[in-house]
Design a protein. Sequence first.
Length: 367
Amino acid sequence: MPLYHSSASILNISVVLHAGATTILSHHFSPKTFFASATASKATMMQYIGEMCRYLLSTPPSPFDKSHTIRMAFGNGLRPDVWQKFKERFNILEIAEFYSATEAVGGSFIKSKNNFGLGAVGRAGTTLQTLMGSQTAIVKHDVETGEPYRNSSNLCERVNPGESGEYINALDPNNISDKYVGYYGNQKASDSKILRDVFKAGDAWYRSGDLLRKDTQGRLFFVDRIGDTYRWKSENVSTNEVAEALSTSPHIEEINVYGVALPNHDGRAGCAAVMLKSAPSSQVLKEIAAHAREKMPKFAIPLFLRVVREFEVTGTAKYTKHGLREQGVDPGKVGEDGLFWLPVGADAYTEFGKRDWDGVVGGGVKL
C-alpha cells in the first residue's frame, strides 16, 4: 500500500518507530513472493488491506506457506469467506481486524485466535460498552435518501441488535474540531460528515458513511458503504453481503457487486462482476445460479453477471464500482466482457445481448 495512506503511515511506520521494531518494505505487493520474503526476513507480523489475503490464497501451494514465522495478521477488509481459509493454509495464529477511516474520530478493533471474531471488525464488551457506549451509536438509515432516518420528532433512532444502520461517533457540538478536523481545504465536504440534532436538539455526531450492525455479544460487522447498498423490489440489498455469499461458489475467483439502473424499472438491479476459475459454460452458469438461490433471498440474487478478465482497484487494493455502475448492463458499453442475465423463471444465467437490452429499454421485458 502507498506509504501516504494512514494504514501504512500511522498503523505501520509510526507504530514501528514508537516500539523500536523493524518493518520490511517492498517496491510492490507480489502474492507469489510474499511468504518467501516473509520467511527470508523472519517477520513475525504482517499487515493486510482490502483483498490482499484473497490474492495470497489464489496462489499455488508453496513450501513457504508455513515456513515463515508470522504469528499475527492485522489490517482491515478481510472477508469472512477468506478469514478461516487464510489462517489454516498459512498457519496464522491470530487475526487482528480493525475498522476506521483517516478522517474518523473513532474506530473499532478485534483480535481473534478462534472463530468467535470471524468476519467482525470490532467488539465492545461489557466494560468498553460501559465506558464508551455513549460515544458511538448505530442509527436507522434511509436507503432512498442516503440519510439517517428521522422520526416524527425529527430525531434519529438507534437500531436493534442485529439490524444494520449508519455508524456514528459523538462530537462536542461546541467544539467540533476537538475530535474532528475535517478535510483540508474543503469545508463543504467536512460539514457533510457532521450530523446534528440526532438524539436531542443541539447535539452533534460524526457520520462514518458506513452501514454496520452489532450483535448481542457486542461484535461489530461491516455491512456496506452508504451509496453501495441499493434498493430492489422494495428491499435493501447490501453489495458486501451479496459478494460474501456468492464468493463461496467454487467457480468464482473474485467478485465485485453493485446495483445498476434499468429503464422502466424502479430501484437498481443487482449485477455481479466476476472473475471465474474456468470458462462460463452453461453448466458453470447454472451452478452459480443454484448457489445464489441457496445462499440468499430471491430479491438479493444478482440478475446480471459480468465476466471480467481483471478488476480495477484503488491504491489500497479495494475494488472500484463507479465505472461499472456507469456502464450498467448495456452490451454496447461493457467492451469484451461477457454479460449474462437470469430471466424470470430461469434456472441458469444465459447470455444477455443487444436484443435483450432493447427489450428492457422498450419496456417489453420486466424483471
